[in-house]
Ligand binder design. Structure first.
Ligand code: SAM
Ligand code: SF4
Length: 328
């Protein structure tokens, strides 16, 4: 088994966007109440007394939209200052970054992944489910601010859906030529009974690589991240291109992460709830850190190979949580 030392922490299930690939149109979201969320104090206790002692050193804050959680800057400061925290990142939609990028950077955050599915405001708004004033400009400004403040690496996450934004992959890839940005194309996964997903909507990474390679050429990059992306670059470019191909290529044997939802569920994999434990309930019921370490340690052995293509169509009733609820 690969060493599992990376915890993705969802801070909140709410979001200010409603991306169709993440929250299917038909999904009815019952948001968690404040008291159902793990508090920052509980999260810090879990990090210091459970995860760090059993060897976790890498943490990523996500959601829903993590920047919606009040007190986020101070919490980032607390986690970043833990001596055993080697690596702290955040995944955000960037909409609130214009104001928050600087305070987050000063609090100690350095790695940031920002979702940006399109450079075309109309397509972008369609994808994030926005019918009002366009949100593209403020998101783009958030990315620029994060860049100017000095976030490094700065990664842009793009979920590619045929017929919606696949016409833009060359323009998105070209962003890396003059900027030290890392654009990562993520294969669309069928999570939460998403009717948008079908065999034609999903595009395998190999096809994207071919299309980009024909236009710009593509070479393997020596820069590798913590994660599952296959990393390439356009010759001479300052940044890189990553391809996350969980649908077309199983990388479960290399997986080093587990996920904690905002309401305390710790699961071995995005699509695997086997043996999941609720750490919030455990803490609130007075389970001590010795027992928690044992329970978390046991859960690591439940990581198994998953066929992402077959696993979740919402048909078996077990995986109706949307990506925003699981924590992406
Ligand atoms: N709100 C933040 C954001 O959008 O970056 C963080 C949470 S979001 C769930 C985390 C990542 O999951 C995003 O990069 C998003 O594009 C990705 N994601 C959501 N639904 C997906 C799906 N069905 N297939 C592939 N990636 C998905
Ligand atoms: Fe919100 Fe991120 Fe999901 Fe979009 S992908 S709905 S921004 S949680």
């Amino acid at each position: 088994m690969n060493k599992v030392d990376y915890l993705r922490i969802s801070l909140i299930d709410r979001c200010n966007f409603r991306c169709h690939y993440c929250v299917p149109e038909a999904a009815k979201l019952d948001y968690l109440l404040q008291q159902e969320l793990l508090t920052y104090q509980e999260l810090l206790t879990l990090l210091k007394e459970v995860f760090i002692p059993i060897g976790f050193t890498k943490f990523r804050l996500t959601g829903g939209e993590p920047l919606l959680r009040p007190g986020i800057v101070d919490f980032v400061g607390e986690v970043a200052s833990l001596p055993q925290c080697d690596d702290l990142g955040m995944t955000t939609n960037g909409f609130l970054l214009e104001k928050l990028a600087k305070p987050l950077f000063y609090a100690g955050l350095r790695r940031i992944n920002i979702s940006l599915d399109s450079l075309n405001p109309e397509i972008f708004d369609k994808m994030i489910g926005n019918g009002g004033k366009s949100r593209w400009q403020q998101t783009w400004q958030g990315i620029q601010t994060a860049y100017e403040v000095g976030f490094n690496p700065l990664k842009l996450n793009v979920v590619v859906i045929r017929g919606i934004n696949d016409g833009e992959i060359l323009d998105l890839a070209a962003l890396t030529i003059e900027r030290n940005w890392h654009v990562r194309f993520i294969e669309f996964m069928p999570i939460g009974n998403n009717k948008l997903f079908d065999e034609t909507a999903w595009i395998p990474s190999a096809e994207l690589r071919d299309r980009i390679s024909q236009k710009f050429g593509l070479i393997e990059s020596s820069i590798k991240g913590n994660g599952p992306a296959d990393v390439f670059k356009i010759p001479g470019a300052k940044g890189t291109l990553g391809f996350i191909s969980q649908m077309s290529e199983c990388f479960c044997d290399k997986c080093n992460r587990i996920r904690l939802s905002a309401d305390g569920w710790l699961r071995p994999c995005l699509l695997n709830e086997t043996g999941q434990i609720n750490l919030k309930d455990a803490l609130r019921n007075g389970v001590d850190s010795y027992q928690l370490k044992e329970q978390v340690g046991n859960l690591l052995f439940l990581k198994e190979e998953i066929n992402f293509k077959e696993r979740d169509r919402g048909t078996n009733g077990a995986y109706f949580r949307t990506m925003s609820q699981i924590g992406g």
